[in-house]
Design a protein around this ligand. Structure first.
Ligand SMILES: Cc1cc2nc3c(=O)[nH]c(=O)nc-3n(C[C@H](O)[C@H](O)[C@H](O)COP(=O)(O)OP(=O)(O)OC[C@H]3O[C@@H](n4cnc5c(N)ncnc54)[C@H](O)[C@@H]3O)c2cc1C
Length: 216
């Protein structure tokens, strides 16, 4: 398409399995038939799409945190110091327990947003909270997983160094953690509210729409 240039970013810290690209538009004319939504609605359409993207990022972060915990529990059974499994040392046990608490909390936030989506509710606020919390926790879990693994965790012989590199990306894309904190505070303060949109999300098959305001 004339005026469209695409590129691939190289040298990323993680997410090597995914292609992260660039789009450059120079006097690009998009046919009306290719336009999504009505004229002037582009930003709203993009933001509604990001409510879905952020949800998958949140769910993925819970999975990544779980992988950190699974690897750490396994290693904490295998590795012995001072005559016992390192999982018996209280400061190692504390890292495992903290991982678990945030994983359970993050999963509930994701499930809440998912439940609301199924009922056709707008979930910008809930999805943002789940994404912020779960991605930050995944980074902390990855850091602690490396700590549990000691020097082995710092090498690519074990998966946890990859978990850390991948976890860091998700606190940047789909809205940085700073952006999500601003969103949450703005909702709390009443500086931000969901404006009416032309097409409200549809409930999933077999689910009813919730009465307005009933879930908060
Ligand atoms: C692996 C990867 C994949 C990506 N994939 C996509 C993709 O598929 N599609 C896409 O569109 N983008 C994608 N991105 C881009 C990503 O969405 C942006 O990098 C992100 O939104 C941050 O924008 P920025 O890099 O310009 O940072 P900046 O906006 O320059 O921000 C830099 C720092 O300042 C902070 N900051 C900025 N403004 C404020 C403020 N007002 N208050 C407080 N703090 C602030 C930010 O939180 C951040 O810490 C991807 C990025 C990565 C790393």
């Amino acid at each position: 398409m004339p005026g469209l240039e695409t590129g691939t970013l190289h040298g990323k810290l993680g997410i090597h399995a995914g292609n992260t690209g660039t789009l450059a538009f120079t006097d690009l004319r998009v046919p009306v038939a290719n336009r999504v939504g009505e004229e002037g609605e582009g930003f709203l359409v993009a933001m509604s799409a990001i409510d879905q993207g952020r949800y998958t990022v949140a769910a993925g972060a819970v999975g990544l945190a779980q992988a950190c915990l699974d690897a750490s529990v396994k290693y904490a059974h295998e590795r012995e110091t001072f005559g016992q499994e390192i999982g018996r040392h209280q400061l190692v046990a504390q890292m495992l327990a903290k991982m678990e608490s945030g994983i359970q909390a993050g999963r509930l936030l994701v499930w809440k947003a998912g439940w609301l989506k199924n009922h056709g509710a707008r979930t910008t606020r809930e999805t943002s909270l789940a994404k912020w919390f779960a991605t930050e926790h995944a980074v902390q879990c990855a850091l602690d997983a490396i700590q549990v693994h000691g020097a082995n965790g710092y090498s690519n012989e074990f998966p946890v160094e990859r978990y850390l590199r991948n976890s860091k990306a998700a606190v940047i894309y789909e809205g940085t953690s700073q952006l999500h904190q601003l969103i949450q505070a703005d909702y709390l303060m009443g500086y931000r509210a969901d404006r009416p949109i032309r097409c409200e999300p549809l409930p999933a098959e077999g689910f009813d729409r919730l009465p307005p305001g009933s879930h908060r």
